[in-house]
Write a protein that binds this ligand. Structure first.
Ligand SMILES: *[C@@H]1O[C@H](CO)[C@@H](O)[C@H](O)[C@H]1NC(C)=O
Ligand SMILES: *[C@@H]1O[C@H](CO)[C@@H](O)[C@H](O)[C@H]1NC(C)=O
Ligand SMILES: *[C@@H]1O[C@H](CO)[C@@H](O)[C@H](O)[C@H]1NC(C)=O
Ligand SMILES: *[C@@H]1O[C@H](CO)[C@@H](O)[C@H](O)[C@H]1NC(C)=O
Ligand SMILES: *[C@@H]1O[C@H](CO)[C@@H](O)[C@H](O)[C@H]1NC(C)=O
Ligand SMILES: *[C@@H]1O[C@H](CO)[C@@H](O)[C@H](O)[C@H]1NC(C)=O
Ligand SMILES: [Cu+2]
Length: 264
């Protein structure tokens, strides 16, 4: 039985490593206040504005090789990660103010965009039905430099362009500004990065992180938004973008996936 136990431990440690493999958002800052994010190692989760999920990191992948795996970018998991559950509190922000997300780490070579969406909860976000959230895009950043060398001397070149996702590895920081014209209320902020590096395997990786916010201000705009499960279409050009070719040339244009940016 000892042998069996050891195997279980080895298996568990492999699972834990997998969980820690990518990176998370352990905290975020609004003005002078820094709020805690979701930490999978602490169960039950501490009461924070961050949504929890069942695998620690926010990976929502699709692998064609795992066929008949459905295209998970249209499943409920894409809304706020696997089995995403609302945070028990909300952070407060003034429309026009910026959220700074602090990342634990991010692996070099996850070539992809960083996109931020919001959705109105209409009431408290802490008990919201995520399948009714309608998301509008408030910020997006994609292929920042099409050159095959890194724009930063202190950052290694992947040879495949410099992406918004590379900044998460470069200085572990990303941000989004709440549009000033947005009506005050209770919103979910969905901050996501994607990995395009396995498209040649017909694999897309999405990493959505959700947070509850109370937005204050004097705005009046109520953008419509789309259901989380309808953010992405399998046939968008982004999902067939070849980050590896054409060899020795600058990369072609990359069209950031999802609905158009809402300019408040
Ligand atoms: C999560 O919590 C564990 C246990 O308290 C701690 O060791 C770890 O550093 C935390 N992770 C992050 C990314 O803050
Ligand atoms: C909020 O109200 C809008 C408009 O009626 C609706 O489309 C949306 O699904 C509602 N959101 C939630 C989370 O119930
Ligand atoms: C892109 O990176 C190349 C190589 O480092 C650099 O020469 C160029 O100035 C960068 N372009 C932009 C728009 O940043
Ligand atoms: C991280 O790097 C990006 C790209 O150079 C830069 O725009 C941003 O200001 C940096 N953030 C911090 C906190 O250094
Ligand atoms: C935001 O609005 C709420 C509800 O109207 C109010 O209780 C809170 O004090 C406001 N917070 C800030 C920072 O303005
Ligand atoms: C892509 O899929 C969407 C949704 O299924 C559809 O409305 C659209 O026409 C398709 N576009 C192309 C170019 O096939
Ligand atoms: Cu990965």
């Amino acid at each position: 039985m000892l042998f069996f136990k050891i195997n279980i431990l080895v298996l568990l440690s492999t699972v834990m490593k997998y969980v820690a493999a990518h990176g998370t958002i352990p905290s975020f800052t609004v003005g002078t206040i820094t709020y805690p994010g979701y930490n999978y190692s602490i169960q039950p989760p501490i009461k924070t504005a961050a949504w929890s999920n069942s695998i620690g990191e926010a990976y929502v992948g699709y692998k064609d090789s795992e066929s008949p795996t459905p295209w998970r970018l249209n499943s409920d998991d894409i809304i706020c990660a696997q089995n995403g559950t609302p945070g028990a509190t909300s952070a407060t922000i003034q429309a026009g103010q910026k959220i700074i997300f602090h990342w634990s780490t991010w692996p070099i070579g996850h070539l992809g965009p960083v996109i931020t969406y919001m959705a109105n909860c209409n009431a408290s976000c802490q008990t919201v039905d995520k399948t009714k959230l309608r998301f509008f895009k408030i910020a997006e950043s994609g292929l920042l430099n099409k050159s095959r060398s890194s724009p930063y001397p202190d950052y290694p070149s992947t040879g495949n362009g410099f992406w918004a996702g590379d900044i998460l590895s470069y200085n572990r920081t990303s941000e989004a500004t709440i549009p000033k014209s947005l009506a005050p209320g209770n919103y979910v902020v969905r901050h996501e990065t994607m990995g395009m590096q396995h498209i040649f395997l017909k694999e897309i990786q999405a990493y959505p992180f959700c947070f509850n916010f109370i937005v204050n201000g004097t705005g009046t705009a109520h953008p419509k938004g789309v259901l989380g499960t309808q953010l992405y279409n399998k046939n968008e050009s982004a999902f067939s973008y070849d980050v590896y070719g054409p060899a020795n040339q600058t990369l072609p244009d990359f069209k950031i996936p999802g609905p158009p940016l809402w300019v408040g």
